[in-house]
Write a protein that binds this ligand. Structure first.
Ligand code: MLT
Length: 328
């Protein structure tokens, strides 16, 4: 019996020691469940830089683990060692995937420690440059006139781009759903759109702003309730609500997660660093330049983060159920 007590004490002492020296000089891998170069990757790289500033000597690195609408990367982190050296940066997909996948490698509310939320990112409805439409009205009429003949790109079932396309088509109620073309992320999807290989996409402003500004894609609307009237590039586009889609109001929230069982001292270190990063002027400026808003409310607290995601899961399940044929 004494041996067991000694062993348990040793384990507790070493976990405590590890927490005190965390993260030490071992990298902290921020897993992004989509391909490099996309909107989620953008948030992660900017956050990694801001987090490094908060913990001197730390080394936050981004690791892309794409596929299956972000579920491959999320599963990887759910099953990773709970030692604070693997965290997940993910978005609305954490709430959407349980409504869309019968078999999922993780339970969103049970298999993660919630480390706080990061930002809210609007989305833009965009089309390939050859699309014969310049206003949202022309665009919508063209979609209706070509029902069943056009395709829409997204980053896999349960991705933000998939959820946006599902909600938009569900509101459009066009005769036939568009053909969906999945990619490992919206970076490759954007390349296909610019090249005219796909017709339409709904993607986050962190990925679309520069392409719209450069005239490489056509933009038609934003997904926020109100237009982004203060943004130098995005202010020219109406909101879908203004275009008649009642209650359409979609922004993509991002949060940080660690595997369940990560020691409380480590999750506290990560949340403290995150909260300071959210106040970093450079991080705020980078987000705002791309239309994104850094979280300033209580969602940066782990408990509020978890409560918010739980509520979103209920909301998104109802929307997916209502979307019917547009949900794939
Ligand atoms: C998504 O559409 O869910 C992701 O934002 C795509 C990406 O980050 O590449």
């Amino acid at each position: 019996m004494k041996q067991w007590i000694a062993l348990a004490t040793l384990a507790a002492v070493s976990a405590g020691a590890q927490a005190q020296t965390y993260p030490g000089n071992k990298p902290v891998s921020i897993v992004v469940p989509f391909t490099a170069g996309g909107p989620t990757d953008r948030v992660a790289r900017d956050l990694a830089e801001a987090m490094r500033k908060q913990i001197p000597g730390s080394n936050f690195v981004v690791e892309n683990a794409a596929g299956a609408g972000g579920t491959i990367g999320a599963t990887k982190v759910a099953k990773a060692a709970p030692d604070g050296h693997t965290v997940l940066l993910h978005h609305i997909g954490m709430a959407a995937t349980p409504a869309l996948y019968r078999k999922l490698g993780y339970k969103t509310l049970e298999d993660f420690e919630f480390l706080g939320m990061i930002n809210d990112v609007p989305m833009t409805l965009i089309g390939k440059p050859q699309l014969p439409a310049n206003t949202y009205r022309d665009f919508e009429n063209y979609i209706r006139a070509n029902a069943g003949k056009l395709n829409i790109a997204h980053a896999g079932l349960g991705s933000a781009s998939h959820i946006c396309g599902l909600l938009w088509q569900s509101n459009l109620q066009s005769k036939d759903a568009m053909t969906t073309i999945p990619f490992g992320g919206t970076a490759p999807a954007m390349t296909a759109l610019i090249g005219g290989q796909v017709d339409v996409m709904c993607d986050q402003t962190t990925n679309t702003t520069s392409q719209i500004e450069g005239g490489r894609v056509k933009a038609f609307a934003v997904t926020t309730a109100k237009p982004l009237s203060t943004h130098p590039v995005l202010k020219y586009y109406p909101s879908l609500q203004e275009m008649g889609m009642k209650n359409f109001d979609l922004t993509i929230w991002h949060g940080l997660y660690a595997p369940k069982g990560t020691p409380a001292a480590i999750t506290k270190t990560l949340n403290d660093a995150l909260k300071k990063a959210l106040k970093d002027p450079e991080f705020i400026k980078k987000n705002e330049s791309l239309g994104a808003l850094v979280v300033t409310d209580k969602r940066s607290d782990p408990a509020e983060h978890k409560k918010f995601v739980a509520a979103e899961m209920i909301k998104i399940k109802a929307a997916v159920d209502a979307a019917g044929k547009y949900a794939d």
